[in-house]
Design a protein around this ligand. Structure first.
Ligand SMILES: Nc1ncnc2c1ncn2[C@@H]1O[C@H](COP(=O)(O)OP(=O)(O)OP(=O)(O)O)[C@@H](O)[C@H]1O
Length: 336
């Protein structure tokens, strides 16, 4: 049940929401559409669902041209951030709804709903009303309802976005496990890079209506296509004109390697299990380095110490597009 999106464009008035977007979503995978707010993720998802019509381009679901098909003919399941349940119906009836309107037999419905409630771990809540569930339980009910009609594709628009951090994390682990059991081709929208990196088989990074990069979490993290992707996927710092992750920098106190950049420790901050060491280089650039506590203790430096910075071999780096002004810091010239 693969999805092919070819050259899709969408405008709202004069505003370009999607600009020539092409993505192949492989069958049976969990794919994340990741990007900042307003980038076009939901619009793309809605176009796949048939809730929005593309101005240009084509959408193919499972080899069939779906570009002009209405949502009900696409066999997609959809879950939104704020799930609208039938308030007066029990959890069981909510999950059964799609099967009832398809006039499935009573025994079949009961069997299928029992299976689904077990799958989302809501068996003991079958007779409650949606208002008697927690937010996380309600979203699991929504997923069970979307899965009830055996969609070829499951589309999730920030399904856990409205929940608190702890519940989100539980649900994302659960979604991963659920997907490993059910294997339905799933596309979910998130603006949370950690969520995408943890859960997805493949990530499509979308920004300002365009695809910035498509790849596995490892590919995106280890080989970001550009500065945007590198910055969006995790913390970065700048050494000279190179963007690098703070934990990919090495600090030395002794004889400098040929490519090492000299500086002084300007600040040391402990952040949980990590130590953040700011090193101000001679041109006055403040470079952030993160070390484990043991690495920091072994290094034996403190504020004011003269050090040399190198980028650990093999680390992902990108050249900063425009060299940003370096952070203002007192000049260290001549103070070594
Ligand atoms: N029906 C509409 N009419 C006009 N503009 C719209 C409409 N739907 C979306 N847009 C605009 O298109 C752009 C992309 O919106 P979209 O919802 O796809 O972004 P998103 O990446 O999903 O963002 P978020 O994470 O905030 O939901 C936004 O600037 C939005 O304001």
């Amino acid at each position: 049940m693969s999805i092919e999106i070819a050259n899709v464009g969408k405008r709202f008035g004069g505003f370009v929401a999607l600009d020539d977007v092409s993505v192949s979503i492989p069958a049976g995978q969990l794919t994340a559409l990741l990007g900042p707010s307003g980038g076009g993720k939901s619009t793309l998802l809605r176009i796949i669902a048939g809730l929005e019509r593309a101005d240009t381009g084509r959408v193919e679901i499972d080899g069939v041209d779906a570009t002009g098909l209405p949502p009900q003919k696409r066999n997609v399941g959809f879950v939104f951030q704020h799930y609208a349940a039938f308030k007066h119906l029990s959890v069981r009836r909510n999950v059964a709804f799609g099967l009832e309107i398809r006039k499935r037999g009573r025994d079949e419905i009961r069997r299928r709903v029992d299976e689904l409630l077990a799958l989302v771990h809501l068996e003991q809540f079958a007779d409650r009303l949606p208002s008697q569930l927690s937010g996380g339980q309600r979203q699991r009910m929504a997923l069970a309802r979307a899965l009830a009609v055996e969609p070829t594709v499951l589309l999730l628009d920030e399904p856990f976005g409205a929940l608190d951090a702890k519940v989100r994390k539980e649900l994302r682990d659960w979604l991963r496990r659920l997907h490993d059991e059910v294997h339905v081709t799933t596309v979910f929208v998130t603006h949370d890079q950690e969520e995408a990196l943890e859960v997805a088989d493949e990530i499509v990074v979308i920004n300002e209506g365009r695809v910035e990069q498509i790849g596995s979490p490892d590919q995106l993290y280890d080989a970001p296509a550009n500065e945007f992707v590198m910055r969006f996927l995790g913390p970065v710092t700048q050494l000279g004109d190179q963007l690098v992750r703070p934990h990919d920098l090495q600090i030395r106190t002794g004889a400098a390697a040929p490519a090492a950049v000299a500086g002084r420790v300007s600040r040391v901050t402990r952040v949980g299990f990590e130590i953040r060491v700011d090193v101000t280089t001679e041109p006055g650039q403040v470079v952030a380095v993160t070390l484990t506590r043991n690495e920091f203790l072994a290094l034996g430096v403190d504020t004011g110490a003269a050090v040399w910075l190198t980028i650990a071999p093999g680390s992902p780096t990108t050249t900063a597009a425009a060299s940003r002004p370096v952070t203002a810091a007192p000049s260290l010239a001549g103070s070594r």
